[in-house]
Design a protein. Structure first.
Length: 108
């Protein structure tokens, strides 16, 4: 990964990172119950995981992950929507660092 500490260089690295490195940005912390069983603090988010939002105006809401966007490094959660001015409902894109995994989907 990148060893530079300048914020400007860090932002540039994240913006220009290739896809095989962007998957590292999609990790999220796991709940204490899961942490004790898998012996890991954070894992990569996958479609089907159940998460709880920890930050922002949607704090406290839970739902299953419907979409993981590797290009924009965002996730979308079932039932977490906002209404556009024309009345269309859109799933809210969230940053993976703002959620905690409370139930994991089946892993291979």
């Amino acid at each position: 990964m990148n060893k530079v500490t300048k914020p400007r260089t860090q932002r540039k690295f994240r913006q220009n990172a290739p896809l095989h490195l962007r998957q590292h940005f999609l990790h999220a912390h796991v709940s204490k119950e899961i942490r004790s069983s898998i012996k890991k603090r954070a894992v990569r988010i996958r479609k089907g995981d159940k998460v709880k939002i920890l930050r922002g105006s949607l704090k406290g809401k839970e739902g299953k992950i419907v979409d993981v966007d590797l290009i924009k490094v965002k996730i979308r959660i079932e039932g977490i929507t906002y209404r556009k001015s024309r009345g269309q409902e859109i799933l809210v894109p969230l940053d993976p660092s703002n959620v905690i995994i409370i139930e994991m989907a089946e892993r291979k």
